[in-house]
Design a protein around this ligand. Sequence first.
Ligand SMILES: CC(C)(COP(=O)(O)OP(=O)(O)OC[C@H]1O[C@@H](n2cnc3c(N)ncnc32)[C@H](O)[C@@H]1OP(=O)(O)O)[C@@H](O)C(=O)NCCC(=O)NCCS
Length: 172
Amino acid sequence: MVELHGSYVRLRPVAARDATRLREVLADPTVARWWGDPDEELAGVLEPDEDTASFVIEYADNVVGLIQYSEEPTPGYRHAGIDIAVHSDWHGRGVGTDAIHTLARYLLDVRGHHRLTIDPAADNASAIRVYKRLGFRPVGLLRQYERAPEGHWRDGLLLDLLATELRPVARS
Ligand SMILES: CC(C)(COP(=O)(O)OP(=O)(O)OC[C@H]1O[C@@H](n2cnc3c(N)ncnc32)[C@H](O)[C@@H]1OP(=O)(O)O)[C@@H](O)C(=O)NCCC(=O)NCCS
């Protein structure tokens, strides 16, 4: 696995030594609300499925979050999906935007994907704003797509991005 450098962030493959910090990220209430049980999610990050890769997001020498991609290997449907979590102490500084942009560039330019997807909960408005600003477009509502921490099924929003649509990172 490679290490990726964005304008401000570094994405490096997750290592066993990251477990404690990544659990803190996943247990942060603003993250856990949109991800799942921190221990279950951590297991999936530390030992991902065959077609999934996990990176820590480093910013100013701190581990501030994690980002993953999952590739659909079937040739006729080839694409990659992205998941991200940034600890709330580091929100609003451009970390998430730069991390997604950096991973998207890698998936398009190096891994050769023509299409990327991301599937936040439909009411995760701040995440959806970040994704749209990068060029992702809403495709449609995924009804009762995922189980919320409270136990009920909630809708997801599928967004996708084609290779020519990725927008550069703008920083205020
Ligand atoms: C969604 C998420 C990854 C975004 O990460 P982030 O680092 O906060 O994202 P950014 O800082 O790039 O953008 C967030 C906001 O800060 C603004 N911003 C970006 N850089 C900025 C800067 N240098 N100064 C001030 N504001 C800035 C952005 O314009 C954006 O504004 P908006 O909320 O009005 O759209 C993060 O909020 C998160 O992990 N949330 C919890 C888990 C989650 O929802 N994961 C996604 C599941 S699909």
